[in-house]
Design a protein around this ligand. Structure first.
Ligand code: AMP
Ligand code: MN
Ligand code: MN
Ligand code: MN
Length: 294
């Protein structure tokens, strides 16, 4: 199976917290040499038909995608779903419920920021949210950069909006079990996104991967924008230990903010089973190019 395929299976559009449209992302992916692409907006599949059409127009093979926010052992974990059916009713309702608390959370975040002297953050963040239902910390981060409180969004997440810092509001997302079931029951493959970011202890991480696997999860992101080479090695080991396939995705959000552009990641380690080998039948092939050799 072709681990060298330039697959980029994780990124965000204006439908969640990215700054480019699905059409702009498809063109950028093509220009970056991507062969197989997926748009994975947070808790939302509203961009999927546009992304699939734009991929076809750009000559890119496409997999549907989503990134679901999950609460696990008191932390937020992200589960990517690839090859999902965006029309599946249980998935759709599950995502709608997952998004549901974002508006109130955003108001609470703004109130907390006001306590440290930052006024107008709710309105300020909302201005950046292309989809108001999907108001996220990223939109607050852009507001804090715009107003000169921080020099970039990385500084924002070091000083604000994360656990113990001003503007952080504890939130209850979907359960791991539900998220994995919504994805797999709609025909997709569930993937643990950027595992190096969670800060779990070894025991907690073992619980995450064991439960994920038990609920029907099948893959882990090994090569992704926020992973170092050492992280990729660590999670290649986890993939082999737990019998999981491996995914690769930049987690691109914006040309101004993202350190990793579409299509520029290193390849998956050869010893791993690429997640696209589990998704052959779900890939929407670019018209006129025939089948790529995997
Ligand atoms: P939310 O879903 O509203 O909690 O927002 C989470 C989003 O914030 C992530 O998807 C990233 O786009 C962005 N983000 C960037 N850096 C960080 C960080 N260090 N910690 C958490 N989120 C971050
Ligand atoms: Mn994001
Ligand atoms: Mn994520
Ligand atoms: Mn993401």
């Amino acid at each position: 199976m072709n681990t060298a395929l330039n697959a980029d299976l994780h990124c965000h559009s204006v439908i969640s917290d990215g700054t480019l449209t699905p059409e702009e992302l498809a063109q950028r992916a093509k220009a970056g040499g991507v062969q197989l692409w997926a748009l994975t907006d947070h808790d939302e599949v509203g961009g999927q038909s546009r992304a699939a059409a734009a991929a076809a127009a750009a000559g890119l093979d496409y997999l549907t995608g989503v990134e679901i926010s999950v609460s696990f052992l008191g932390r937020t974990v992200h589960i990517v779903g690839l090859g999902i059916d965006p029309e599946d009713q249980r998935l759709w309702i599950g995502l709608q419920n997952t998004r549901g608390g974002r508006a109130q959370r955003a108001r609470d975040m703004a109130q907390d920021l006001a306590r440290v002297g930052i006024q107008g953050a709710y309105e300020g963040a909302l201005k950046y949210a292309g989809n108001h239902n999907l108001i996220s910390r990223t939109h607050f981060a852009r507001f804090l950069v715009e107003t000169g409180v921080c020099k970039d969004t990385y500084e924002v997440f070091r000083k604000y909006l994360t656990e113990g810092k001003p503007g952080f509001v504890e939130h209850r997302w979907a359960s791991l079990k539900d998220a994995v079931h919504w994805i797999t029951d709609s025909g997709g493959v569930a993937v643990v996104a950027h595992p190096a970011r969670y800060g779990f202890t070894a025991n907690e991480e073992y619980a995450l991967f064991s439960e994920f696997k038990q609920f029907g999860g099948q893959a882990v992101e090994v090569v992704t924008g926020s992973h170092s080479q050492a992280d990729a090695q660590t999670y290649a080991g986890i993939a082999l230990e737990f019998g999981l396939a491996a995914s690769r995705g930049s987690d691109f959000h914006s040309p101004e903010e993202s350190r990793t552009d579409l299509g520029t990641l290193p390849p998956l380690p050869e010893a791993l089973t690429p997640v696209w080998s589990l998704l052959e039948s779900r890939i929407q092939r670019a018209p006129g190019l025939g089948s790529l050799s995997h």
